[in-house]
Design a protein. Structure first.
Length: 299
């Protein structure tokens, strides 16, 4: 699809872009032209021109909801910066990285596919889709939801955090994973990449925190139950970790102390999807330890 290039199509004009390229060489705004074109359905096609200068392919998002436009630009900047620094981008390959916040408890995943475009201005672009998805899948909602999750985690204003999480859940509520999902994580320094990508775990945790912070504990524990129902193995491991680590008696800890993982799964998971939980590894390891070592540890 060819398109007119107007002030509305371009993120910035050529003068601003050149200024940034020469005087702010670290700013991805200056590395390419970023176009945004409305699609017939009212969604947006956000894409680059000029990345070949850096030996990179041009990139695109399609079917972007209008309220995601700012995030689409942010994601493009970060993926381009990541690629320019160290990541070769090739068609039909996956990308993984920290694209949203300096500190995230998960990596983001996506796949690059050849964009089916014939016109000479946009030929040989790569479309960014969700990890492992085909080119027709269009808008990478899990990638964008993980971007929102990273921002929600950082947001200090609980009302803002809540709004971000609710928008993310509207796009992708997360799947109900197998019963053992997340059982092997180390809660103190967890890598939530898999649980975020498949179950949207980080969004449920941030939303619960935002609601606790607004003195709405009933709603908050409902979303903690949603997180547990999606990742029961994680719920079991995380509960054991919290109960071992904290003595305080606030609504958050009271919830976890009383949480019956199987009972929550029976109420919240789709029918016939709740099998047995894996045996907690910590307990199994503790049982194998010599008794004297265990006693010294608890003394
Ligand atoms: Zn264009």
């Amino acid at each position: 699809m060819r398109h007119e290039i107007t002030a509305e199509t371009r993120l910035v004009g050529p003068v601003t872009r050149l200024y940034r390229r020469y005087f702010k060489p670290e700013d991805p705004h200056g590395w390419a032209d970023y176009h945004c074109v409305e699609e017939p359905e009212g969604t947006l096609w956000v894409h680059t021109h000029g990345l070949r200068r850096w030996r990179l392919p041009d990139l695109e998002f399609v079917d972007v909801p209008p309220d995601m436009l700012g995030y689409a630009h942010q994601m493009l900047f970060e993926i381009v910066a990541h690629a320019k620094a160290r990541l070769p981008l090739a068609a039909e390959s996956d990308i993984e990285g920290v694209f949203s916040a300096p500190v995230q408890s998960f990596h983001q995943l996506a796949t690059l596919r050849w964009a089916p475009r014939e016109d000479p201005d946009h030929r040989e672009s790569l479309r960014i889709v969700d990890w492992g998805h085909p080119v027709e899948s269009g808008f990478p909602r899990r990638l964008f939801v993980s971007h929102i999750a990273a921002w929600a985690d950082l947001a200090e204003d609980p009302a803002r955090k809540e709004a971000l999480c609710r928008r993310a859940l509207a796009m992708f509520p997360g799947c109900f994973l197998e019963m053992g999902a997340g059982a092997d994580i180390k809660p103190g320094r967890a890598d939530l990449t898999d649980l975020q990508h498949r179950a949207n775990l980080s969004v449920y945790l941030s939303l619960a925190q935002a609601l606790f912070d607004q003195d709405r504990p009933g709603e908050a524990t409902g979303y903690l139950e949603e997180a547990i129902a999606r990742c029961p193995g994680w719920g079991q491991t995380y509960r054991d970790y919290l109960v071992r680590k904290y003595r305080r008696k606030d609504a958050f800890m009271n919830f976890w102390r009383d949480a019956e993982i199987m009972e929550i799964c029976a109420r919240r998971r789709p029918a016939n999807t709740s099998g047995p939980l894996p045996r907690p590894k910590a307990k199994a390891a503790a049982a194998r330890k010599p008794k004297t070592r265990g006693k010294r540890k608890t003394a």
